[in-house]
Design a protein around this ligand. Sequence first.
Ligand code: URP
Ligand code: ZN
Ligand code: ZN
Length: 459
Amino acid sequence: MDLIIKNGTIVTDSETYEADIGIEDGRIALIGKDLAGADEVIDARGKYVMPAGLDVHVHLQLPFCGTVSSDDFVTGTKAAAAGGVTTIVDYAIQSKGNSVTEAVRARRGEADGKVCVDYSLHGGITDWNEQTRNELKKLIDDGIVSYKMFMIYRSEGWMATDSMLYQALLETKEHGGTIMVHAESVDVLDYLLDKYHNEEDMKKYGAYCHVLSRPNFIEEEAIQRAIKWAEESGGRLYVVHMSTGGGADLIKEAKKRGVNVFAETCPQYLLLEDDLFKGENGHLYGTCPQIKKKEDIDRLWHGLAVGDVDTLATDTCTFDTKQKAMWNGDFTKIPFGMPGSELMMPLVYTYGVREGKITLNQFVRYLCTNPAKIFGMYPAKGSLQVGTDADILIFDPDQKVTVDYRNMETNCDWSPYQGWELTGYPHITLLRGKVIAREGSFVGHVGGGKFIRRKKAIN
Ligand code: URP
Ligand code: ZN
Ligand code: ZN
């Protein structure tokens, strides 16, 4: 064997036990006690040995809100590796008049040879027509098995109508695909944006206008509607970046009725409260949807504890302070998004597992196994089994780290978690059997990541 990881505690989504892992040709060759006979040994005593994380929601070098997100395919994937993540899924968003196939080709041109971890792409459907309908089968056969549709972003030209959503659910159902939805209610949102978009309110409330214009029902109503289209079409639906407790209630009820629906939430919706928008740098926290309130945080953690919520991902869309400054006092002009992948695992471990909100096995389930299963990458990714990719995170549960963006791989000059104390941090990250990060630093080689052709859904 090439490598043995010895003396660690293996953690999967359902088991925790002591064993060694032997690796050969980038795959797990053996799991057992007292393994020997390898060129190299890593001693993992006192550490957890778990599947490396997946971050199935990132936007690297995305042209958005009048700028381009500042983590590109190099820095964003170095950051992922440092944070224990070896698979990311970005988006290839169709532009009006062009095909999704063309968007995928262009995005691969940007990412291939640059990515430092393995990656795949969700399609983004913005222009529904016969060409789009007809290209989906081949795209899904070729491994692009999931498609995001946006219920907002009219002015970006990305918005999907209900009819588009319903038709795309019907079509992807036929081919084993999944529709992912950004659920916010555009017409009422536009009214509320307009209502607060005046000098007096913007002077009085500043960036908090972002909160005032997006009450919880903006997300909840849209989730409810998307669920209805999934229920009536029989399509497979995944709600991205769910931020509200009410959303978790709707998902729970829909699952009970047998709707084929999954929901994702993100660390920012589990850890940050919307009072932050009242502070001097409130605009930095601007995302769509925005961070919400304590009750939502509690309900979302509960949703993870009982399985109403299926995955954790970050919605990484990094903008530095200079880019964020483009808002210039106008809450509608904040570049929406924050850095994410690098701290996802340590944040969820520190504030989720250590605080008893979720178990260690649930940690693996939501960050590794479920995203891999839902998006057609299991068991190669998100599991520890003989024959699967040796994408492994050796996690030190006692390592204390104070968050400081200056010590991180992300190309961001601030952090939403600056100064936060973490206990539990990635020690070593392996991608297909090779060490690519140690103690929070990338040590692999640029371009070492591969494109993943994903499998279609069976149900
Ligand atoms: O604020 C966000 N979420 N930016 C990225 C685009 C999106 O809607 O996911
Ligand atoms: Zn979105
Ligand atoms: Zn996103």
